[in-house]
Design a binder for this molecule. Sequence first.
Ligand code: KIV
Ligand code: NA
Length: 259
Amino acid sequence: MTVPDFLTAKKAGRKLSVLTAYDYTTGLLLDSSGVDALLVGDSLGMVMQGNDNPLAVTLEESLYHTRCVSRAARRALVIGDLPFLTYQTSAEQAIISAGRMLKEAGAQAVKLEGGIRCAEAIRRIVECDIPVMGHVGMTPQSVHAFGGFKVQRNEAKILEDALAVEQAGAFAVVLECIPSPLGEEITKKLTIPTIGIGAGPNCDGQVLVVQDMLGMFDEVRPKFVKRYADLGSAIRQAAEKFREEVRDGVFPSPEYSFK
Ligand code: KIV
Ligand code: NA
């Protein structure tokens, strides 16, 4: 998958599937599933680091996880998420942070949050031939300004933001936690693909956090998460069985031991 393939998919009416990934092993599994892109999201602050929100994630951490996923991706597009305060202070800062994602971490594109207020940064990054995915609606880095992770309903503002992201040269935009009719309206008005998460069925594609959709993460359970597996139970049961077998001297049996 390439950045131009994303635009082709929208024109052809082919829906795009995106999952997050943060490590090599999961990256290999997801890449072989045929999903179109692996997003190394700053959601890693929650699911990998145990924080309440993504604000503490550093650029170095994001680069590290993106590097791990890039090594795994044979087919999927790898998108590195720019953490809080690594692109907001100036266009120069944004270009350097974005450029490091490609240069040091092997990403093919970056993602950043914000519409109108980030349009200049997006334009300047794209001028350096670094593809940018936008992100509007409920942008988690704004959690304190929003007073929590809440559905965003300011329709006029969200539409303007999405249009600004497209005009600035982004190749796609994430729509997060907005009413479905707004997701549909934005999708119709934009020529770049919209990738929804809690934005209804009419976006050009969908993204989910992998631990959420695999049923591995219970601490937050947003309404938009569908669980496609119950790996949480599978992992817990396997660890319990291991613990019992070690306790009872059942493991390791001769077949797992050297003569
Ligand atoms: O950080 C992340 O995982 C994201 C997606 C949920 C869009 O930004
Ligand atoms: Na993110």
